[in-house]
Design a binder for this molecule. Structure first.
Ligand code: CA
Length: 228
């Protein structure tokens, strides 16, 4: 489990880094919302511990909303010194999964993280929304601007893998391992064939293309209409 700690108070950030590392988590710390967004450009985190009051133009609530608008599905635990029902509702409305009031006990924090981690292991059933489209894994149907597009089983599996990564790059080797279970040589162009088929069905005729090639690495989906 990797955790991103967004906390400007050095003492608390270090305390969390040390404690969580000892518990076996991989921990990174950043001090403000912009640095957190920059880290999310590069990586996926399972859990985010997010302080409500941050320096700079965006506070924890803004960051939380921005992450969710980008399709980030990491579990977010909000930390705050304020303890009112309104603050709690505000945090949860912004997309946080849980809420802990400072000062907190480290044992409670770890227990909350464990509970959140358990929830990440269960993939949410039902249609997946992404930018201007939704995908229903059960019917393998993409809805985009009122149009319904049916995918084959393999196309659906590939599209769902990209979707579940919410805008992160998925490497060709991972696509091969997850969708074809290493049953072919990576030098074949079968991934390109399937990506082209998806493009034809989902992106042809659209001004904003969802499926992007990241040269030399793999593919990712770009949310259409999401805030940058
Ligand atoms: Ca703070």
């Amino acid at each position: 489990m990797n955790v991103l700690v967004v906390e400007d108070e050095e003492r608390i950030a270090q305390f969390l880094r040390k404690g969580l590392t000892e518990k076996g988590y991989t921990v990174e710390t950043v001090k403000d919302a912009d640095s957190a967004m920059a880290r999310f450009e590069m990586e996926t985190f399972d859990l985010v511990i997010l302080d409500l009051l941050l320096p700079g133009s965006r506070d924890g609530l803004d960051l939380c909303r921005a992450l969710r608008a980008r399709g980030v599905r990491s579990k977010i635990l909000m930390l705050t010194a304020r303890d009112t029902v309104e603050n709690k509702i505000e945090g949860l409305d912004a997309g946080a999964d849980d809420y802990l009031v400072k000062p907190f006990s480290f044992r409670e924090l770890v227990a909350r993280l464990r509970a959140l981690a358990r929830r990440t292991e269960v993939e949410e059933p039902g249609p997946i929304a992404f930018g201007d489209l939704t995908y229903d894994p059960e019917s393998r149907e993409v809805s985009r601007e009122g149009e319904r597009i049916r995918l084959t089983a393999r196309e659906g599996a590939l599209f769902e893998l990209l979707l579940r990564r919410r805008g992160k790059v998925v490497s060709r080797s991972e696509i091969q391992a997850r969708i074809w279970e290493d049953s072919f040589d990576l030098s074949t162009n079968i991934i390109d064939v399937y990506i082209n088929a998806l493009r034809k069905k989902i992106d042809s005729g659209e001004r904003d293309k969802v499926i992007q090639t990241v040269r030399g690495v793999g593919y990712r989906l770009r949310p259409v209409g999401a805030e940058e």
